[in-house]
Design a binder for this molecule. Structure first.
Ligand SMILES: *Cc1c(COP(=O)(O)O)cnc(C)c1O
Length: 376
């Protein structure tokens, strides 16, 4: 008889407990299922986590980032310096408000925005820096905020991947300017879809609320006014109930991610020629574990061969300035060599809190088999 096949191991999977499922059922039975008390509770819990800074929810991090740009007053004619190695939302939101994303290359080791190149890219039109903590490894916040202060720029942190990560022992979100997190199911905690923005003061929070829902300001007498064009980006209480259930476990989830990442470093078959990520166990939240394939590998064949081994592999991300939309804006191959090289060779291996240590060993053994028989 054949040994039972191990179940397919995806590159990520959310952990939703029964308590959360029951809390969702409670919302569905309550008679109020869209934005309401659960959203307020989640906003308060997040605000408490970030030292009392105001936090407002949105239907996605994309929506939260777009509103953040508008809260910062960024629009047509403005430039925002950002990274080409991110989920395309990072740059799309800049275009959406009519501003220009100005890309600079990433640092080859951290894979995050190269702040020296960012400094060199500042022009009189630059209004903001939009850094991304790729895979949860934080951008150097000391240098980032020093650069912003030197030129009077806003900082809009796309911290979609770095919830629970730290910079010099301070949690990302608890300091800085505007900080956005994502609760997409692939992130370190989820509300199915959803995101939030951490802000500086209540005036910004009120502006966020207005832009989140049609530009509406409500009056005490039941009337209302609309003085600015807002969108429709509110979160539902069903989603917030999931988020509340997740937030309770975030620190435990991240601790487990650290253990699994450590095991990857211990067990990784180094002779295969992969380039491993920075081994940061102080600051990163280990949102993803992403080795770079050996130069000259065929990533498509590698992903197929790993799938045949029962293991899911993701790609986060191809350099976004080479997408058709951005090429049409004048971007081209060779502009950002580090981002392009990483974007071609990066693979996301399975890493999520419910994984067993043996799953890491299984991935490493599969890598060995696949590379040795030339499957990449
Ligand atoms: C996931 C992600 C986003 C977008 O988050 P959504 O909640 O899906 O809108 C933006 N930037 C980065 C870096 C991300 O990883």
């Amino acid at each position: 008889m054949n040994a039972p096949l191990s179940p397919f191991l995806p590159f990520t999977r959310p952990s939703i407990d029964e308590e959360t499922i029951a809390a969702v059922a409670d919302v569905l039975r309550s008679g109020w299922i869209t934005t309401g008390p659960r959203c307020s509770e989640l906003e308060a819990a997040l605000s408490a986590r970030y030292g009392g800074r105001p936090v407002r929810l949105a239907s996605s991090a994309t929506a939260a980032l777009g509103i953040a740009l508008r809260v910062a007053g960024i629009g047509a004619g403005d430039e925002v310096i950002t990274t080409p190695l991110s989920w395309v939302a990072t740059a799309n939101v800049v275009l959406e408000v009519g501003a220009t994303p100005v890309f600079v290359d990433v640092d080859a080791a951290t894979r995050n925005i190269d702040l020296e190149q960012a400094a060199a890219a500042v022009t009189p039109r630059t209004r903001a820096l939009l850094p991304v903590d790729l895979a949860g490894l934080p951008v150097d916040r000391d240098r980032l905020h020093a650069l912003a202060a030197r030129h009077g720029l806003r900082v809009i942190e796309d911290a979609a991947q770095s919830m629970g990560a730290r910079w010099r022992a301070r949690e990302i979100g608890s300091f800085g300017d505007l900080v956005s997190f994502s609760f997409h199911p692939n992130k370190n905690m989820t509300s199915i879809e959803g995101g939030c923005l951490v802000m500086n003061d209540e005036a910004e929070a009120r502006r966020f609320e207005k832009l989140r829902l049609q530009g509406v300001t409500r009056h005490a007498d039941g009337g209302m006014d609309v003085d600015v064009l807002g969108g429709k980006s509110n979160l539902t209480d069903v989603a917030a109930a999931v988020g509340l259930g997740q937030l309770r476990h975030l620190d435990a989830f991240n601790a487990r991610r650290h253990q699994l990442a450590r095991r990857y470093f211990e067990r990784f078959p180094r002779a295969l020629g992969f380039e491993l990520p920075v081994a940061d166990f102080e600051q990163s939240n280990w949102h993803m574990f992403q080795p770079l394939l050996p130069a000259g590998s065929d990533r498509g064949r590698f992903i197929e061969a790993m799938r045949a081994e029962g293991i899911g592999v993701g790609v986060h991300y191809p350099a976004l300035h080479l997408f058709t939309l951005y090429r049409a804006r004048g971007h081209r191959e060779g502009q950002f060599p580090h981002a392009e090289d990483i974007g071609r060779r990066t693979v996301t291996l399975p890493l999520f809190p419910a994984m067993a240590d043996a799953d890491v060993d299984r991935v490493c053994a599969a890598l060995e088999r696949v590379l040795r028989r030339g499957g990449a």
